[in-house]
Ligand binder design. Structure first.
Ligand code: F3S
Length: 294
């Protein structure tokens, strides 16, 4: 049985940067807080806790001795305004690619254009982007949402949540092109996302089983599972090695492994080691059974 890791898997630069920043602030300052979990992965949240980094839900919870770290997902303009008005010190670890989307949305909004965001309306990144339009933009999760858009006069600008699949973006933008002429598209899906998705698709096409490592709350991990499933490959998403099931490997010759951009390297390594262990155990059992027959 072969075990292959996707050529792009695990932490992206934006997530790594946010984690390093939070860790440094926690170490230097003694205490740091993030508005919402730093990434959608409890293992990372637990890891940072030992460096004094805790998760809070709102600015109102910030204590005078705490520094706020803005996570890679980014926040809306109102959050920056609130932090400044309340003299709360903060360190901005928003991913530069997400910041670029904020700039596009903000500029379009100031120019009286209607901003459409291809993404999940409940995801914090999308809430943040929407915040740069004073919540006046519209979120399109699937082509069905296009029918429900109100009549739009004037120019339209379309951006994407950075972790969208290329397929969803293409489907939605094709529909929008048919409906509107005064429309400009900015495909803001980040390279780390598309690289991980393309690598997962390539690998899924070659193997019998795919294992995707990452939290079920992580948008980009869920998208990896989605694209692997679309290749018709049996795909299992797990959060850590304890979720692995040896039965998934039985009768299969090739296993592919990938991980979301918010999945720590050490979790991925543990999963690979555990799959290798299971593989060796299966070889041992097979050898014993063959011995019995002889
Ligand atoms: Fe940034 Fe892309 Fe990662 S937007 S946080 S580098 S998935």
């Amino acid at each position: 049985m072969t075990i292959t890791l996707a050529r792009h898997a695990g932490f992206c630069k934006g997530v790594q940067r946010a984690i390093d920043t939070a860790k440094k602030v926690g170490e230097n300052h003694g205490k740091a807080v993030t508005l919402g979990p730093i990434v959608h992965n409890q293992h990372v949240v637990d890891y940072l806790y030992q460096y004094g980094v805790q998760t809070i839900d709102s600015i109102q919870e910030v204590k005078p001795d705490e520094a706020v770290v803005l996570r890679s997902h980014g926040v809306g303009k109102l959050v920056y305004d609130n932090l400044q008005e309340n003299n709360i010190s903060y360190i901005d670890a928003t991913c530069p690619f997400v910041k670029a989307v904020h700039k596009l949305a903000s500029k379009a909004y100031k120019e009286n254009k209607t901003v459409l965001i291809v993404g999940d309306p409940k995801h914090p990144e999308v809430e943040g982007i929407l915040g740069w339009t004073e919540d006046k933009g519209y979120v399109i999760k699937s082509i069905d949402d296009i029918e429900n858009l109100p009549a739009i006069n004037g120019d339209i600008v379309v951006v994407a949540q950075t972790t969208q699949t290329g397929e969803n973006w293409n489907q939605i933008t094709d529909c929008l092109k048919n409906k509107y002429t005064n429309i400009e598209f900015f495909n803001t899906i980040c390279k780390a996302t598309s690289e991980r998705q393309e690598a997962a698709i390539d690998l899924a096409k070659q193997v019998d089983v795919m294992i995707v490592v990452g939290s079920f709350k992580s948008s980009n991990t869920n998208k990896l599972t989605q694209v692997c499933n679309l290749q018709g490959t049996k795909t299992y998403q797990i959060e850590s090695k304890s979720d692995l099931n040896k039965d998934w490997l039985i009768g299969n010759h090739s296993i592919g492994i990938t991980a979301g951009a918010s999945t720590p390297d050490w979790i991925l390594k543990e999963v690979i080691e555990m799959v290798e262990e299971m593989q060796n155990e299966m070889i041992d059992v097979k050898a014993m059974n063959q011995g019995d027959i002889v």
